[in-house]
Every structure is written in C-alpha cells, then in structure tokens.
Design a protein around this ligand. Structure first.
Ligand SMILES: Nc1nc2c(ncn2[C@@H]2O[C@H](COP(=O)(O)OP(=O)(O)OP(=O)(O)O)[C@@H](O)[C@H]2O)c(=O)[nH]1
Length: 385
C-alpha cells in the first residue's frame, strides 16, 4: 500500500477526527453521550449528521455540548455534504480557541463509512488528522440487518473498533460477537450496553501509519465498487430524503430508505399514537423524536425511539427554554408511504382539553426502568467507565 494513502503520525497540535458509524438505531448517539459524560478532561467536539429533516440526534447531544457541536441535517453526510463543507465545520471545531482535543463525527445510520473516512482524509486542515472508524453494531438486530443488507459486512471490514452494543437485548450475544470478530478483519471488538465503553478505546483507536482502518489505497480512490452491493433496490421508496439514487452513490444503504418528518403543535393522543406504533410495518425500521401528550402529561415531553420492533418512551420534564410544545418525529424505512404515514399521525392529534383516566398506561408500559439511560440522557453513577 502506498504510504500516501495513510495519515502521517499525529503531530503535536493535531486533533484526531473519529468517525462514529453504525446502522440505524444501533446506539451511536447513546455512545456519543456516554463519551461526553465520561471523557474526563478531554474536550470532545461533535459533528452530528441526521438522515431526517428534523435534527433529532443533534437535539439529543446539543445539551451536553453547547457550542462544541455542529449539526449537518437532512441527508447522509456521505453524499449530501461535500468535503469542503465538512472542512468548514472541522475548521470551526479545530480552532485552538475551542480547546477541543478530539472531534467525533456521528454519521447518520445510513451513511457509507468509507465515504466519510475519505472526506476526513481529504480535509486540507493541517490541525486535524483522521482518527479511525468506530462501527456500532446492534447485537439484537445484527443478524436480521445483515440479511437485508449484506453490504454491512464491508463496513465492519474497514473499522478500527467495532462496538457490539445492546448485548443486554441480544438472544445470542456470543454468536454475534464471534461473527463480528470474523468480519472485523483485525479490528478491536468490544461488547457494550448503552455504549458504555472506556473512552480510551476511542481516543486510542487511531490507525497505524500503514493503514487507514482496513481501507486500501485503492479503496480510498475508487468510487465505483467500494460500496458493496447489499441487494436492496436502490430505487425503492418514494423519493423523499433518501430516494435520490445518484450514480455516485448507487448501492449506498440510504438509497433504499426514505424518511418522513412530522411536526405538530397539537398534543398527541397517547392511545391513538400507541395503536399507530403497535401497528407499524416492518419496513418502518426507525422512529425517533419527541412527543407532546398535552393534558395527558403536562409536565413531560416524551422522547420516543423505535428500532425494528423495539420501542421505548423516555419522559423528560419540559424546560422553560424548550420553546413551543411540539411533537417532532422522524420516521425512516423502506417502502414507506410518506403521505399515508403523515395522515395516520395527524389522526393521532388530539386537542381535547382533558385527559381521560389511564390514557397514558399504554405509553408507560414502554418507559424503561430507571437504570436504562435515555439516548440523550444522563447515566447512572455505577457505570464502570
Ligand atoms: N436495551 C438497550 N437499548 C439501547 C442500548 N443502546 C442504545 N439503546 C437504545 O436504542 C435506541 C436508539 O439509540 P440511539 O443512540 O438513538 O441510536 P443511533 O444509532 O444514534 O440512531 P440513529 O441515529 O437513528 O441511527 C434508544 O432507545 C436507546 O436508548 C443498549 O445497549 N441496550
């Protein structure tokens, strides 16, 4: 491999840029929040990329980061943003005045990691250096996801560190770990729940001088055949956010997915929303956002996460600075009908002034025990890291 394909050793003033990738809902935001809470004196800057039109992930990390986070919404970073645009953000975060020690790019769950690596390597900013690729795997969903998208193997093959997350939910965590190890081609593999890994893993996951993850020089300079073919119909979906199958990113995961953004200033009826969620199709793989149940719970908004058949609500008190009380949801899936979904969600709106008794029971069934941290929330104090 040509030496010119690899970043040189980190200079004294250089800030590593770590790419944090992984399929939809695997736990990237949860891991990023863990790092933010547990990184001690290390100051982390984050670039958060949302697939949907509402920047839910950025909302989930912004509280912890303030001005150290920049958000690149509405489309996969791998295609929607060019290297020059990313450079502007890296420049801002790498400014010595920010005091940032490491930058983490949280990719959307449908981004192609090799494209992101390429973009970081293309950065002309002498203050940043590529810091490695971390892939988060959802141990509970991995076997199914891999069946639908065999191209995912390729993502693991170029990773420097693979975090096999959600081992608490996996039926056979050991099998998934073994499989990931065999696909990781030398990457460090670490099991985790709620992304709780030792931050040292990440900040030390810089590749050696000889390699950029498992990417070869040719991989990095060839656009055509590095994407792998996952068998998904690149023209699937109705052409919303993810449907623009451009020649350059034909075969990218996101070309088979569409997203729908739903915003409402009317409260949602909890029973109707639950019926909607319980009846969601398998193609509707990921839902995330915040729900206002109005009179059914005037004190809290509810962060909602659906990943495959997994569903959770996380109540969080409304804060005075939250602005108008809105429901904001992003729905991501294959073969979804945006207009029909919007209509179904509109049918969940409810401006009745009073809550009926027990209306929240269905929702509360999906509120986790206290020890489960919310994707954007604080962690329990007995975390090992
Ligand atoms: N049971 C369990 N749930 C987890 C774990 N890690 C994350 N979750 C939950 O999984 C859901 C999705 O987590 P996120 O961190 O938002 O996932 P993500 O990869 O950022 O999602 P996208 O950005 O949409 O791709 C949330 O409800 C998390 O609380 C885990 O180890 N175990």
């Amino acid at each position: 491999m040509s030496q010119s394909s690899s970043p040189g050793p980190r200079g004294p003033q250089q800030i590593p840029v770590v790419v944090l990738a992984g399929f939809l809902g695997s736990g990237k935001t949860t891991l990023l929040n863990h790092l933010l809470h547990r990184s001690g004196g290390t100051r982390i800057g984050a670039v958060v990329n949302d697939f949907g039109a509402i920047e839910i992930d950025a909302m989930a990390v912004a509280g912890a980061l303030g001005d150290s986070t920049v958000s690149l919404g509405n489309g996969c970073l791998c295609c929607a943003v060019d290297a020059g645009e990313l450079d502007v953000y890296l420049e801002r975060l790498a400014d010595p005045a920010t005091g940032i020690d490491v930058i983490v790019i949280e990719a959307s769950g449908l981004a192609e990691p090799q494209e992101l690596v390429r973009m970081v390597l293309a950065s002309e900013n002498p203050r940043v250096v590529y810091g490695g690729l971390v892939e988060v795997v959802d141990a509970a969903e991995f076997l199914d996801t891999r069946q639908r998208h065999p191209g995912i193997d390729r993502h693991l093959a170029i990773a420097d560190l693979v975090v096999v997350n959600k081992v608490d939910r996996a039926e056979d965590g050991e099998r998934v770990l073994g499989l990931v190890r065999s696909l990781g081609e030398g990457a460090a593999v670490v099991a985790a729940t709620y992304g709780r890994i030792d931050p040292e893993f990440l900040f030390d996951c810089r590749p050696s001088e000889e390699r950029v993850g498992q990417l070869s020089f040719d991989d990095l300079h060839r656009h055509d055949d590095v994407h792998g073919n996952d068998g998904a119909d690149p023209h699937g979906g109705d052409g919303a956010t993810g449907g623009d199958a451009h020649e350059d990113h034909l075969g990218h995961l996101h070309t088979a997915y569409d997203s729908v953004a739903f915003v409402s200033d009317l409260p949602m009826n909890p029973r109707r929303l639950l019926d909607f969620l319980d009846g969601r199709s398998d193609g509707l793989y990921r839902i995330k956002g915040y729900v206002d149940f109005g009179p059914h719970d005037t004190r809290n908004r509810y962060a909602v996460h659906a990943v495959g058949r997994f569903l959770r609500f996380y109540p969080e008190p409304w804060a005075p600075g939250d602005g108008p009380r809105l429901t904001q949801l992003v729905l991501i899936g294959t073969g979804i009908d945006a207009a029909a979904l919007t209509k179904e969600l509109q049918a969940c709106e409810d401006d009745a002034p009073q809550a009926d008794e027990h209306s929240m029971w269905g929702v509360l069934r999906y509120v986790p025990d206290r020890e489960e941290p919310e994707a954007g929330g604080p962690e329990t104090s007995d975390d090992p890291f």
